[in-house]
Structure formats: C-alpha cells, structure tokens
Design a protein around this ligand. Structure first.
Ligand SMILES: [Zn+2]
Length: 309
C-alpha cells in the first residue's frame, strides 16, 4: 500500500471518529513529510529504521510506513477501518437515502487555518469524494482564540488561497465563508466589509452560553436578523454525553446542556430574515434537538444540513 495514502487515510478516519485534532494533524504532517521524499530515499530510510529522524515522524507513523512499504495494509489502519461506525459506512435507505441524495454540499467546515485537523485542499477532496459539488469553508472568527480564529488579515489571505484552489478543483467549488461568533450584544465578530464579501456566513454562539433566556433571545434574534448572516449555527450549543465506548481521547465526556432562549422568537426571526437554521450533524452535537427542529420547520424556517467537520 502507498505509505502516504495510508497516513492520509488514518488522518481522515481519526478526524471522522472525533479524535483530538493534534492526532489528526500528526498524521497529516507525517504524510506531507513522507510524500516529499523520493521513493528510493523513503525505502532506504525505512530499511535503516531512520524514518524517525524526519520531522513529524514518530514511532507510530514509522510503523505505518514500514508496514505499508512491506505491501500490506498497516495494522493501525485496519483497526481504525474496523472501528469506523458501520452505519456511517453502510448504504442508507428510505427517506434518509433521499435526503442524502439531495445534499449537494456542506455549508459548515473547518480547516487547519482555525481548529480543523486538515488543510483546505484535503477538506475539499473529501467533500468531492463524497459526491458533493461544493463546500463552504467556515473557519472561526478572531474572538475564538482557542480555535485560532482568523483575523481580518488572515481571512483575506485565505480568500486568495481559496480562489487559487478553485482554479485547480473546478468544477468542484469551495465557497468562501466564516463561522462568525455571535457577540454578547448580538453583534458579529468580523469586519462588515469582509462579511459582505463572503459567500456564506454561519453565525454561532460560542461564549456565555448560560445567559438568561431573555438576553440570549435578544442576542440571537439580533444576529439572525443581520443581513450578512445566512445560517444560524448549532443553535442550542448542547454537547451530548459521549457513549462510554467512544469517550477515550475525546473532548466531550459529560456533555453540555442546551442554552435557553425563546425558540419561537428566534425561529420566527430566522424565517423572516431568510436565515436558515443549521442541522449540525456532528455526532456529539445533533443540534437542534428534534423538538426544536420541528418547531423551526413549523415556523417556516429553511434548514441547512451541515457536518461542521
Ligand atoms: Zn461552532
């Protein structure tokens, strides 16, 4: 098996299983390092057990490369493939299959420019390989420093990178975007001019999630009514408690309760402003919960089914 493909596949499966971002990045980094070597050089180093001298290559990645070069599927990769959720790998049926078939793209994704584990082109490739026609790149805004939110300057740089990538990837298209923080007063955490220039703006609450309901309602209504905002991201902010068998190494654990707000007021404002309510499909989020999703549909909202990958 090609060692670079093995490392990239491992990174992909780790990312999909919700593994911590640093582990995903470790394998992506190793794939880049190994991919930059001439094949003979790679074999020579592998034979001399000198792969670990390379930056970003540790014991685990060395083992993966050696086993791939030996012609097999590396053990670590087969284990991850076995553990991959069967329902995610298997074919869908009925209504679920219809909805999946109708999905042409993804309006909420993160790259390693903010807190994602993978570079933009890898995200685009994964979206393309899933049959999508487009992907909206929505890295975080400046205030979310823990997630390396993009300053206006970095976002401008990113727009140039995306424009360049789109030339290579056509007809697949990366749409420009942001997951912008909804500030405490309902304002948005990015320059107006930039927000206006982006294809898609997802607005989400990431701070002060325990605000009193009336305040939170005002905050969210102001944001969804903002003409720059297209989608309200993960509206309750809840995190589901992890099933015990998948808790190891994951951030969640105990979960997080829903924020409280007047859902009627927020969804009515969404419907009036034409702001879609996101169905956030991250396994630990599944946000909004079903009862609120019904309420959003009753209020006449459109929805956007996103991975937040
Ligand atoms: Zn978010």
């Amino acid at each position: 098996m090609d060692p670079v493909q093995a490392l990239e596949r491992i990174a992909y499966l780790l990312e999909r299983s919700g593994a911590p971002t640093y582990r995903v990045r470790a394998f992506r980094g190793a794939a880049a390092t190994v991919g930059a070597l001439e094949p003979e050089e790679l074999r020579r180093r592998a034979n001399q057990s000198r792969l670990r001298d390379l930056p970003g290559v540790g014991a685990k990645t060395e083992e993966v490369v050696a086993q791939a070069l030996a012609g097999g599927v590396p053990e670590y990769l087969s284990r991850l493939q076995e553990d991959a959720a069967p329902e995610a790998a298997g074919p869908l049926s009925g209504r679920a299959a219809e909805i999946r078939a109708a999905l042409r793209g993804d309006c909420h994704t993160h790259s390693n420019w903010s807190d994602g584990g993978s570079p933009i082109h890898e995200m685009a490739r994964a979206a393309h390989d899933m049959g999508h026609e487009y992907m909206v790149l929505t890295d975080h805004s400046p205030r979310l420093t823990v997630a390396h939110g993009l300053s206006p300057e970095r976002l401008r740089d990113q727009l140039a990178v995306v424009a360049h990538l789109n030339e290579e990837l056509s007809p697949f298209r990366i749409l420009t975007g942001i997951e912008v923080d909804i500030l405490v007063d309902g304002g948005l955490d990015q320059e107006d001019e930039l927000l206006a220039a982006l294809d898609v703006v997802v607005a989400s609450v990431h701070s002060k999630l325990r605000m009193e309901a009336p305040e939170m309602t005002r905050r969210m209504v102001a944001a969804v009514a903002n003409p720059h905002v297209d989608i309200l991201g993960h509206c309750t902010g809840r995190l589901l408690p992890a099933a015990p068998q998948v808790t190891a190494g994951l951030r969640r654990g105990g979960g997080r309760p829903e924020s409280t707000f007047d859902a009627d007021a927020v969804f009515t404002a969404c419907a009036q402003a034409g702001t879609a309510v996101e169905i956030n499909s991250r396994p630990e989020r599944l946000d909004p919960p079903m009862r609120l999703l019904r309420q959003a549909l009753d209020a006449g909202c459109t929805v956007s089914i996103d991975t937040d990958a």
